[in-house]
Design a protein around this ligand. Structure first.
Ligand SMILES: Nc1ncnc2c1ncn2[C@@H]1O[C@H](COP(=O)(O)OP(=O)(O)O)[C@@H](O)[C@H]1O
Ligand SMILES: [Mg+2]
Length: 306
C-alpha cells in the first residue's frame, strides 16, 4: 500500500514487552496525525508479511537484540524499505557495549574502567581486576542487552561469582566494570540537534528494569538535569559526539554517570524507549517538541542506505 507505515514491534528480545509499549504509543501518535499505520510483530515470518504489505516505510519500534543491533536494519536495507533510527553498522556498534567503547575511548570520551570475560576462554577474573586496578563494588552486564536486563552490582567476590554464573548461561561475552557512584544523567539527540539532559534518581539500588518502567518504583525525573551550565553543555556535547562517532541517525539517548565533576559514558541507545513515560519524549517535550511531532519527525527522517 502506497502510504502505509508499518510499525515493527515486539520481536525476539528480552525487551519485547517494552517494544510493544513503544510501538503502540508511536502508532497512536501517527494515527492522530492521520497516517495510515499497521502494527507488525517482528517475530516468525514477519519478513514475508512485510513484503506483502509493501509499506512506504517502516517505523522501527523494536528494542534490544535483532531490532537494535543491525539485524532488522539489514533486512530492511535488502528489501529497500526506508526505515527510522540508525543504520546497520551504527546499530551493531552501539549495541555492542565493548566495541563502541573502543571508539569512545579513542576519541577521548570517558568510560568506566572495564574488562571483558568470555565464557569459553579462561576467565582470569582476579588477574584482570588487578591489571585494570578495579576494586569492588563492580558492575557486570552482558555486552548486548538493554533495559538493565542482566546488569548486576556486585559488592564482593561471592556476589560476583553468583551473578557471573547466571550470566554465563545466557551470554558469551560479559563486561566487568568499576562501579561509578554519583548521578545518573541521560541525554537525547534528534538528528543534528541535541535536545537536553535529564537526571534520574531511582529509589532502588540502581536504575534497574523496575525503576525504569514501573511507576510504583517512583524514580524521580529531573528535567533539565540540575548541573552547572558548563557541565550541562558538556554532557550535551558528549552525547552528540557519541552519536556522530558511531554515525547514528534519527534519535538516540546516551546514558552517563556523573561523578567528581566527570561524565562517564555507559552506552548509547539507538532505539530508545518511546512510551509516553520514556525519557526521550520527556526531554523533547521540555524543548517544546510534543510527542506526536517527535514521532512525525522520525517518520519524515526515515530513509534507506542509512
Ligand atoms: N559502571 C556503572 N556504575 C554505576 N552504575 C552502573 C554502571 N553500569 C551500569 N549501571 C547502572 O545500570 C543501568 C543500566 O546500565 P547500562 O550500561 O546503561 O545498560 P542497559 O543497556 O541495560 O541500559 C545504568 O543506567 C546504571 O544505573
Ligand atoms: Mg542504559
Amino acid at each position: 500500500m502506497r502510504n502505509l507505515i508499518v510499525i515493527l514491534m515486539g520481536g525476539l528480545s528480552g525487551e519485547r514487552k517494552i517494544s510493544f509499549l513503544t510501538g503502540k504509543a508511536c502508532s497512536n501518535a501517527l494515527k492522530k496525525k492521520r497516517y495510515k499505520v499497521k502494527e507488525l510483530d517482528a517475530k516468525g515470518y514477519f519478513v514475508d508479511k512485510l513484503r506483502k504489505l509493501k509499506p512506504k516505510l517502516v517505523f522501527n519500534a523494536l528494542h534490544g537484540r535483532y531490532g537494535e543491533d543491525g539485524f532488522v536494519q539489514s533486512i530492511l536495507e535488502s528489501l529497500k524499505i526506508p526505515y527510522t533510527h540508525s543504520g546497520i553498522l551504527s546499530s551493531s556498534l552501539a549495541m555492542d557495549k565493548e566495541l563502541s567503547r573502543h571508539i569512545f575511548k579513542k576519541h577521548k570520551i570517558k568510560v568506566p574502567k572495564y574488562f571483558l570475560l568470555h565464557k569459553d576462554y579462561e576467565d582470569n577474573f582476579k588477574k584482570k581486576m588487578k591489571n585494570k586496578k578495579i576494586k569492588f563494588p563492580i558492575v557486570i552486564k552482558p555486552i548486548n542487552e538493554g533495559s538493565s536486563l542482566g546488569v548486576y552490582i556486585c559488592k564482593n567476590k561471592i556476589q560476583f561469582y553468583k551473578n557471573y554464573k547466571k550470566l554465563k548461561k545466557e551470554y558469551d561475552r560479559i563486561l566487568v566494570e568499576e562501579y561509578i557512584p554519583g548521578k545518573e544523567i541521560q541525554a537525547a539527540v534528534m538528528g543534528k540537534k541535541v535536545l537536553g539532559a535529564i537526571e534520574l534518581i531511582p529509589r532502588r539500588e540502581f536504575y534497574d528494569y523496575k525503576a525504569k518502567y514501573s511507576s510504583s518504583a517512583k524514580t524521580k525525573h529531573i528535567m533539565p538535569a540540575p548541573l552547572a551550565p558548563k557541565k550541562y553543555k558538556e554532557v550535551l556535547f558528549l552525547a552528540k559526539k557519541a552519536h556522530n562517532l558511531l554515525g547514528c541517525r534519527g534519535i538516540t539517548r546516551s546514558d552517563f554517570r556523573f561523578f567528581k565533576n566527570k561524565f562517564y559514558l555507559l552506552e548509547i541507545n539507538t532505539q530508545p524507549g518511546m512510551t509516553k513515560l520514556s525519557l526521550v519524549p520527556e526531554i523533547a517535550n521540555y524543548s517544546g517538541i510534543k510527542f506526536e511531532d517527535l514521532v512525525v519527525w522520525m517518520v519524515k527522517d526515515a530513509s534507506s542506505n542509512r
